[in-house]
Design a protein around this ligand. Structure first.
Ligand code: G6P
Length: 493
């Protein structure tokens, strides 16, 4: 190990994630166009103003791959693109390995387990095809670990993100025991009895992979405790429930962390108030707000904004709206549901089917209730960030009803940019509920009738009460801005 660890890079701080801060597309004239991604991690990392920091991510499509290949030393040139001062290194992993790891294991398996998405009489079924995907996931994690080991300065801090990269901490520790390694889960964590759906070796590899980190971070205490419970149950690990630490029982062959203790941390990522408030009042947002106002007239609005994602529970949300219109005719012609459902993970059949189900139900609602002068539902399926912000500003009620969600930032962003105050209908299964529950209208996401009732309560709330609640929601939502969220984790390492 001493010999291997003497070959080091220069980065004192590293981030690793599947989706990086930028992505590329190819223009008509064949040149590459760069787009900056959103999200808490991009804002968070901007707190590090260190030109030697490195962000390692995967090339996700052909344009990314070309950019990665054309980059000198594998580093992308991001000058002038507002992506912070760190260098970005995109890994050109071969497309088949990438697809198997990302679609097959990360998104169809680990994401499904943590969000309780399987219909268990028929799925999952871990067959020979899955074993090929699992081998690809191992190779993909190894590629990340190797890149990080090559870039990291002695004793550097490495922050590994999410379920795509759960094997990286242990792999990295094997070659670079000098590093301080953190892992952060942006998803929920499944309870042991559900997590045991995974093949035993896979379940254990994911847990011991993360336990290779010095610290494993989660968005809420609930997810941290579920992780600890899985370690206890499947690994026989010792958990200190007060200190939130996990220690593996005994030395194990094969180089996994031996008798080491991993500290669990809870970091409730908040909304980026400064960024949102400024961004939500730029002319492109004002323009879209005016268009939405014209479409809605003086009616009230129920707004939802999601990726078209199984766990977001869009279908039951639409069912709840339909139930509201069926049972409370007083809202006819007085409310419009604005639903933005952006494309996501369309390589997966489940997501394509789900998108079709959302569209079908939207059509049915339209057929049942629309009149020549009232369109009860406005559904947009293409991504437009300024239009989302415009809808946030306009909303009377925001509907956030996921089956399960690590945090859900929409629930935190709406109160921050709302113009006149907005009632928040919020699933008790969203991580954000632990901070926002007091002032939200809480729902069981499976209970369509209760969700319809909560929508009615939200629509009926007095403007004063709405404004008061929104103020408190915004304060809770911004308690831990992304920059601080990131620095806290770094400091604790
Ligand atoms: C969740 C995950 C992220 C992921 C995002 C979008 O928020 O925690 O890691 O990047 O979904 O999903 P995608 O598959 O498009 O990257």
């Amino acid at each position: 190990t001493t010999e291997r660890s003497s070959v080091t890079g220069t980065a004192p701080v590293l981030v690793a994630s599947n989706r990086g801060p930028v992505s590329f597309s190819t223009s008509d004239d064949g040149t590459l166009t760069l787009r900056r991604g959103g999200g808490g991690l991009v804002s968070g990392l901007s707190a590090i103003d260190d030109p030697h920091a490195v962000w390692v991510c995967a090339a996700l499509g052909d344009a990314d791959r070309r950019a990665a290949r054309e980059a000198p030393d594998g580093r992308l040139d991001l000058a002038g693109h507002e992506v912070g001062s760190q260098a970005v290194r995109m890994l050109d992993i071969d497309p088949q390995t990438f697809a198997r790891a990302y679609n097959g294991v990360a998104n169809s398996t680990l994401w499904f387990v943590h969000h309780l998405l399987y219909a268990t009489p028929t799925a999952p079924s871990f067959d020979a095809g899955f074993r090929t995907e699992w081998a690809a996931y191992q190779a993909y994690n190894t590629a990340f670990a190797e890149a990080l080991a090559a870039e990291a300065a002695p004793n550097a801090a490495v922050l590994v993100q999410d379920y795509h990269l759960s094997l990286v901490p242990a792999l990295l520790r094997e070659t670079r025991p000098d590093l301080r390694i953190g892992h952060f889960s942006h998803t929920p964590w499944a309870p042991p009895e559900y997590y045991r759906l995974l093949p035993d070796d896979v379940a254990r590899a994911v847990l011991t992979g993360i336990l290779g980190a010095d610290r494993a971070g989660f968005l809420t205490e609930r997810w941290a405790r579920a992780f600890a419970a899985c370690c206890e149950d499947l690994l026989g690990a010792t958990v200190d429930h007060k200190e939130l630490t996990v220690t593996l029982p005994q030395p194990s062959a094969g180089g996994t962390p031996i008798g080491r203790t991993t500290r669990l941390g809870v970091h409730a990522l908040g909304a980026d108030a400064d960024f949102l408030r400024e961004r939500a009042h730029r002319p492109d947002v004002d323009e879209r707000l005016a268009a939405l106002r014209t479409a809605v007239g003086d009616r009230r609005t129920i707004v939802r904004v999601d990726r078209t994602e199984l766990s977001k529970n869009i279908v039951r949300g639409l069912q709840a709206y339909r139930h509201l219109l069926r049972t409370r005719p007083e809202w006819h012609d007085r409310v419009v549901h604005i639903a933005f459902a952006y494309p996501s993970r369309t390589d997966l059949a489940e997501y394509r089917d789900y998108t079709a189900a959302v569209r079908r139900l939207a059509d049915e609602i339209d057929e049942e209730f629309a009149t020549p002068t009232w369109q009860p539902l406005i559904l947009h399926v293409n991504d437009d960030f300024p239009r989302s912000l415009a809808a946030y500003r306009l909303a009377d009620v925001a509907l956030v009803n996921p089956i399960r969600d690590g945090m859900n930032l929409v629930a935190k962003e709406v109160p921050v940019v709302s113009d006149r105050g907005c009632a928040l209908v919020l699933s008790r299964e969203a991580g954000a509920h632990s901070e926002l529950g007091d002032d939200a209208l809480t729902v069981n996401p499976y209970d369509v009738i209760a969700t319809a009732e909560a929508l009615h309560t939200g629509l009926s709330m007095s403007p004063e009460e709405r404004a008061e609640r929104t103020k408190r929601l915004a304060a809770a939502a911004t308690a831990l801005p992304p920059q601080q969220w990131f620095l806290d984790q770094l400091n604790e390492l």
